[in-house]
Ligand binder design. Structure first.
Ligand code: NAD
Length: 365
């Protein structure tokens, strides 16, 4: 199944056949074959290998069927571990040939952000649905080019913001929409880790590949402020700096920022490669609620001003995200996190960078 439309028309005809069959033979129950979406992972690094490939084994609607890598030495182990067929192994030069491969429905881009647009556009033009990791791409133009390629080729595009699939996060989004604790008056949020990227070749140190704390971790608090309020900011300001210049001379080690929303609400955000932070606090006219941690792989939990507990959901976030995205394809519905959501965050990232260069002044969006 290479395109939604193909599958839809298949289902339409299959549905007619099933109706005729059941009218003719009412006592026969025809079991509905559960379809699985064939996924190929692009970029076999730590997130693909440590999280996504294992999570795919836990999904109901997905199957890891392909790999795309520029490192041939990784191929035998991946093939053996996940039973990947020879014809489903690609590199970056021949990825376009996936157009002729019905095993693969989705190309999941898990490379450094600086090459997301390149691979996502090849995938869309091959007629494959695109799942793209955060941050979506380097700038608004690249994001828009991915969106346009997906739309032109009639394929789905979704960004790997796993938090929007997480149950406690979804509860908090609902609190905001339903004004359960009144109107939101303030948001404070942060995501960062106390780490180090010692290898000078590490892409997280390279501005051309999407390095720096803001692109890598800052999109979590930016996305959180947007999904918590359900609004788009009208202005942002920020400050970026590095304490460990020997490691982060070309990218930000830390970024602090503020986002102003149309009703005057200010969200303050922080991100870092040097300080560990992981929270989303939402203040409202009639109370408050918070998540902490708010973006860990496991154990996202929260509490509210009236004593309600949001205990860890005990799910595999990545499996849930990929199953939700696969269901959207199978059912022909919009995905939870469309490409526009990734673009909106990148617009803010770029404005925060501009603000920092201008001494922290407000940048209107
Ligand atoms: P990584 O460095 O461990 O892996 C990146 C892979 O891309 C490597 O296998 C590398 O060989 C390959 N690659 C292909 N083209 C490359 C190029 N031009 N330069 C460098 N490497 C190239 O990185 P990662 O931590 O796996 O991150 C990959 C993507 O996944 C990023 O977009 C990152 O933000 C995202 N990510 C998301 C989450 C999440 O929770 N959603 C978590 C971690 C990483």
């Amino acid at each position: 199944m290479s395109k939604n439309i193909t599958r839809k028309s298949f289902l339409k005809h299959a549905g007619t056949a099933l109706t005729i069959a059941s009218v003719g033979f009412p006592s026969i129950i025809i079991p509905r074959k559960k379809e699985k979406i064939g996924v190929a992972l692009v970029g076999l690094g730590s997130y693909a290998g440590g999280q996504l490939a294992p999570a795919l084994q836990e999904t109901e609607y997905c199957e890891l069927r392909g790999i795309v890598t520029g490192t041939p030495s990784k191929i035998p182990e991946w093939q053996e571990r996940y039973g990947i067929r020879d014809q489903n192994v690609y590199n970056y030069e021949n990825l376009h040939e996936v157009a002729n491969n019905d095993d693969i429905d989705v190309i999941y881009i898990v490379t450094p952000p600086g090459v997301h647009a390149r691979d996502a556009i090849v995938a869309a033009e091959a007629g494959k649905h695109v799942w793209c990791e955060k941050p979506m791409a380097m700038d608004e133009e690249e994001c828009q080019n991915i969106i346009d390629a997906a739309s032109k080729n009639g394929v789905q595009l979704t960004i790997g913001y796993r938090m929007q699939h997480e149950p406690n996060t979804q509860t908090v989004i609902k609190f905001g929409r339903e004004e359960t604790y009144g109107v939101i008056t303030g948001v404070q949020t942060g995501a960062g880790y106390s780490g180090a990227h010692r290898d000078p070749e590490n892409w997280r140190r390279n501005p051309d590949l999407g390095g720096g704390a803001l692109y890598d971790m800052g999109v979590y608090p930016i996305n959180a402020a947007r999904f918590a309020t359900g609004m788009e900011p009208i202005a942002v300001k920020g400050r970026q700096w590095s304490d460990r210049e020997e490691m982060y001379s070309d990218v930000d080690e830390h970024t602090d920022f503020e986002m102003e929303f149309p009703n005057g609400v200010i969200a303050t955000g922080e991100t870092s490669f040097g300080n560990s932070t992981n929270y989303l606090n939402v203040e409202c006219t009639d109370g408050w609620y918070r998540l902490s941690p708010m973006q860990s792989y496991r154990g996202v939990q929260g509490e509210t001003s009236d004593g309600r507990e949001l205990p860890p959901a005990g799910i595999n976030q990545q499996a849930r995200q990929m199953d939700n995205d696969a269901r959207a394809i199978l059912d022909g519905k919009d995905p939870i996190v469309p490409g526009e959501d990734g673009l909106a965050d990148i617009r803010i990232v770029k404005a925060i960078m501009e603000s920092s260069q201008r001494g922290g002044e407000w940048i209107e969006l």
